[in-house]
Ligand binder design. Structure first.
Ligand SMILES: Nc1ncnc2c1ncn2[C@@H]1O[C@H](COP(=O)(O)OP(=O)(O)OP(=O)(O)O)[C@@H](O)[C@H]1O
Length: 256
């Protein structure tokens, strides 16, 4: 049962002459939150896109739940339970929360031989999912365009969990959010992980990484420059790994 959720083994990615990833290996356990850190251009987004099926690796292997994994499209990754959650890019803003939750998976019932949407049943399921996650939205019939960035993110994460997601990828999820919404977002990530879901979060904000992650993986110039449990490192050591000025294997943490 202790097998990792996702294993990356010597992943490379070339864009023409640019070697964006030069052999990246690490793994993610169920229920683990990994902060993926690195300077601009280090290769973080490329890596996340390979996991989510938006890009194909040039070489290397991945296994997901012990099986070979190499999604050729985001929908293949999604079918396996892996998804990137964007703040609002994948929500339809001109329809309400319930419609977004069920997009493509609507519950229908039959009335005189005609299939119609079972709005009441759908609303009940969304309300339950939101309540379980402690997310409060004034009305589930509100169009998403009237909701805040934080609320939209909460809807996306709830939807992911509800439909059996196993590994969620978040690329700078709080870039456009205020302090309070960021705090709630970080709490929500911990709740998602507590359900056994793996989480990979790209962030440039060290404090967020230390607040939410179990492990830090630092990418520098396309290779893993550091991979350590959060409680065994500190901000100075991580910054050193990001910039390449680290004393290799920077000693034990003295506090973040
Ligand atoms: N589609 C592409 N075509 C060509 N080069 C690319 C492409 N995507 C990324 N790169 C290059 O690959 C390298 C890694 O980029 P990537 O976006 O993965 O970095 P990142 O760590 O996510 O950076 P940032 O924090 O700035 O988003 C960079 O040198 C970038 O210019």
């Amino acid at each position: 049962m202790n097998e990792p959720l996702l294993v990356l083994d010597t992943i490379t990615k070339n864009f023409g002459a640019v070697q964006a990833l030069k052999g990246v290996s690490f793994s993610i356990a169920r229920g683990e939150v990994i902060a993926l850190l690195g300077d601009n251009g280090a290769g973080k987004s490329t890596l996340v896109k390979i996991i989510s099926g938006e890009l194909e690796a040039t070489s290397g292997q991945m296994t997901f739940e012990g099986r070979d994994f190499g999604p050729r499209s985001p929908s293949e990754a999604k079918a396996a339970g892996i998804e990137t959650v964007y703040q609002d890019l994948s929500l339809c803003t001109n329809v309400d929360v319930v419609a977004n939750f069920f997009m493509g998976r609507e519950i229908t019932r039959s009335v005189m031989g005609l299939k119609i949407l079972d709005e009441a049943a759908m609303e009940e399921q969304v309300a339950k999912a939101m309540a379980n996650a402690g997310t409060r939205i004034p009305s589930l019939r509100t169009k998403v365009e009237h909701l805040s960035g934080g609320q939209r993110q909460a809807i996306e994460l709830n939807r992911f969990v509800h439909w059996g997601g196993k590994l969620v990828l978040l690329d700078e999820p709080f870039a456009a959010l205020g302090v309070e919404q960021t705090k709630r977002g970080l709490e929500m990530i911990r709740q998602v992980a507590a359900r056994g879901i793996g989480v990979v979060i790209i962030t440039h904000i060290m404090q967020q990484a230390f607040q939410v992650a179990d492990r830090m993986v630092v990418i520098r110039q396309g290779v893993v420059a550091g991979d350590m449990p959060t409680n065994q490192t500190n901000a100075d050591a991580v910054i050193g790994m990001i910039t390449g000025e680290a004393l290799a294997g920077a000693g034990p943490a003295t506090g973040a």
